[in-house]
Ligand binder design. Sequence first.
Ligand code: AMP
Length: 515
Amino acid sequence: MFFSDLVAASNRIAATRSRLAKLRELAQCLRAMTPEEIEAGALWLAGETRQGKIGVGYSVVQQVRGTVAASAAQLSLHDIDVALTELQETKGSGSAARRRAVLENVLARATADEQDFLLRLIVGELRQGALAGLMVDAIAEAAGLPSQEVRRASMYAGNVGVLAHVALTEGREGLQRFRIEVLSPIAPMLAQTATDVADALTQLGGEAAFEWKVDGARVQVHKAGEVVRVYTRNLNEVTDAVPEVVAAVRSIPAQVIVLDGETIALDANARPLPFQITMRRFGRRLDIESLRKELPLHVYFFDCLQLDGETLADRTAHERFAAMDRTLPAAIRVPRIVATDEATAQAFYDDALSRGHEGVMAKSLHSIYEAGNRGAGWLKIKRVHTLDLVVLAAEWGSGRRKGWLSNLHLGARDPANGGFVMLGKTFKGLTDAMLDWQTKEFLAREVRRDNYTVYVRPEIVVEIAFNDIQASSQYEGGYALRFARVKAYRPDKTVEQSDTIDEVRRILAAQSLGN
Ligand code: AMP
């Protein structure tokens, strides 16, 4: 396939608002690829690359943009894949100049549209969560498979390129290979929001499990015989940092088990300590033995994805909970009740808060574990509203804060177009240590600046507490947060895991209903 055909399809997809039209274009494009082209091609359509980080930054792309004369269409998908690999593998001294030469070389053989696509692909500007979701359905359509099966497989396939390749070349049978495997971590399931327990009961059909919502660090633990590994929300391995969690899982009477939970530092009275304190156990330079004495961790498991050869992730929550109750000591299971009436659920919620937890999670008893998805089967209910937003820019501070980047511009992801909707600014809640840290981090991500403001690559997630949301003409998106303040930076969350504008709309709708 010619690269120009893929770029033209991608531009048509960006130009239409119709989901169906986008889907057809994607499926048609996938069908036109040879088996060798599918993996890379499917990823590019979703704005990603096989090579991951290419090592060419914004500044280089800015310098090169518009400086190389365009040519007639001649590049194949293979040519582009080779160039991306070469760019990524060019390392060591003098590599910046060599990378630039490789880039200029491929740009010289590209049309203007291809140049534009390639440069945006390289810096990640084309990456869109919404497209990745659409791609899964397009793969189903192109391969003639039920989308439910492709969707299930997508949770374990790692990326849409691999998924597309297997679906289109091996069909249904190939998809069976994608399942949870012990010792290889999967993207955790994420939660949606309910305003209160009554709302949660309604959303979940009148019956739900309620659990403490523990404000610690997410852990996914895999045990295979003697081997125990602990992974974070972003799938980084942290086994050595959390010996208490390892010991707790070692003692479970199962040969093979995969568990999902939250680990948290508790004070001497077994009350939860703030998120930032727990995070000290995951810092860069650690003296684990002394930290362990000072800040012992407790672990609360709330899900079980595999148990002794049985894959539980595709079973109902009801079955997964029963497996946990049989296998895990009560001390490491998150406290849970099943309720059908508001009063019981409310009493559980009040009790969780009085014990210092940030709220409760309500869970459908019938839903599967939706790895990597913000599933409708999990609803979080918190006392204080918070949103995980992305820092888009920051303004220089004045007075005591002179020299620091202070006032944050906050954006919520817009899945419809892959961009961000600005919701407000805040400089409240920032400690000196945070100001110091953020100034360094923002400057390292600077895209451009004006007199007051430094604009940054949207890569940093911050948890913002606020009182309510207003419809407002102050910002383009039409919403503004009232009394926004920084609760914590969330280095454990990626931008893809941050909250979307749909979440903001949901909270606003619930507010106007008087909840
Ligand atoms: P949030 O980070 O506010 O979107 O809330 C979802 C997060 O709460 C999950 O990603 C978990 O890290 C955490 N969490 C705490 N307790 C639970 C629980 N009982 N079930 C599921 N997630 C929980």
